[in-house]
Design a protein around this ligand. Structure first.
Ligand code: ZN
Length: 382
């Protein structure tokens, strides 16, 4: 084919096709698809709740590739955070040294769960200058104000935009460290883009004095720096929906003027234990490392995936043995010689249809052959 300038233009590849349905609606994608996945604050070991969000994001990326489109994934590391600074200080370490050690353990758990490394793994401490730029842009548009060495983003309108009552939103803002009771702010829902550092806090120079970034602003800046002002999918655990993702998106939109920041949001269902959310703060945890002593990573992975991605669920002892048995069934099916094109198409359609892994697994087990092999490869269960 000859282009307007006489150069040879390659034919479009006739690779796989199909449109992804995600979170209930078709999501037409261009090349490359851009995914921002909210990563860890590296201050403790990986639990099943974290692992679930990262495994599902990995599957989303592979399912997008089934359509022939490459997916660029940013998964950040929140290594500037007061929770991390405190945890490090309790152990007599600096925040960055302690964070790197925790990150090593996290990477090891992810590798054991067959989660492929992200395209970009930005660290908050390497993007402080970008947060300063973001704060300056938000001040220039009037979306933020400076007060006493802090820069606050105006968020009074945000609970309404996601259908939360003021009381519900206040409880969540408090739980996630936004300090809505801080009297310096014009409104309880204003959050720090930049915060003045006290003794013991990490600090960087800024036009407003020495300080450090706020959590939501870090993710906003790291998304802008690695993917630009719009992402196709924003992913994370369901507990990140508010306040974190709402503020991250609102800051980017206010700074760039382009909306929405995230074309689609994927909030992976909460993992519970004994009726309560699995969380570091409560110690109500099942650790990935403990499960990996009893079963291969592929079995833990399948246990996380054999459900709807947005469904909250309760971990029970025995779930891992069930997943291990199902994995054996899948391997058996993958060892049969079948090459049914129709079955392969049904597996693809189930995965592209809002990541319906349970249906895809059933089809693969029943049909065997190429259909099972496609599923095993796409879900990285080998
Ligand atoms: Zn984030």
């Amino acid at each position: 084919m000859s282009g307007p300038t006489g150069h040879t233009v390659p034919e479009p590849s006739s690779g796989p096709s199909g449109t992804l349905v995600l979170a209930g609606a078709p999501l037409p994608l261009t090349v490359p698809a851009r995914i921002y996945s909210c990563g860890i604050t590296p201050y403790d070991v990986t639990h099943l709740g974290h692992a679930s969000a990262f495994v599902w994001t990995d599957v989303l990326r592979q399912v997008i590739r089934l359509t022939g489109i490459d997916a660029v994934l940013t998964r950040n590391v929140t290594d500037v955070d007061d929770v991390l600074t405190r945890a490090a200080a309790e152990r007599g370490r600096s925040y960055d040294e302690f964070g790197l050690i925790q990150e090593y353990w996290f990477d090891r758990d992810m590798a054991a769960l067959h989660v492929r490394p992200p395209t970009h793994a930005p660290h908050a401490r390497h993007h402080v200058e970008h947060v300063v730029r973001l704060a300056s842009a938000l001040l220039a548009t009037g979306a933020a104000y400076e007060r006493d060495g802090h820069v606050f983003f105006r968020g009074a309108h945000l609970p309404d935009t996601v259908g939360l009552s003021r009381d519900e939103a206040l409880a969540l803002s408090t739980e996630y460290g936004d300090r809505p009771d801080d009297p310096l702010r014009d409104d309880p829902f204003d959050v720090a883009v930049w915060q003045r550092s006290g003794p013991g806090d990490p600090a960087w120079p800024s036009p407003w004095g020495p300080g450090r970034p706020g959590w939501h602003a870090e993710c906003a800046a790291m998304a802008l720096a690695t993917l630009g002002g719009v992402v196709d999918v924003l992913t994370g655990g369901a507990d990140l929906a508010f306040p974190h993702h709402v503020y991250q998106a609102a800051m980017v939109e206010a700074a760039t003027g382009a909306a929405p920041f995230a074309r689609r949001q994927v909030h992976v269902g909460t993992v519970c234990l004994d009726g309560a959310k699995m969380a570091k703060s409560t110690g109500n945890l099942v650790l990935v490392g403990d499960l990996l002593r009893d079963a291969p990573g592929a079995a833990v992975r399948l246990m996380l995936l054999d459900r709807r991605w947005d469904q909250a669920w309760e971990y029970r002892p025995g779930a891992l043995a069930d997943a291990t048995a199902l994995l054996e069934e899948l391997y058996g099916a993958g060892g049969t010689p079948g090459t049914s094109e129709a079955a392969v198409e049904r597996v693809r359609a189930a995965l592209l249809g809002d990541l319906d892994v349970p249906s895809a697994v059933r089809i693969a087990v029943e049909s065997g052959g190429d259909a099972a092999r496609l599923l095993i490869r796409t879900l990285a269960l080998h």
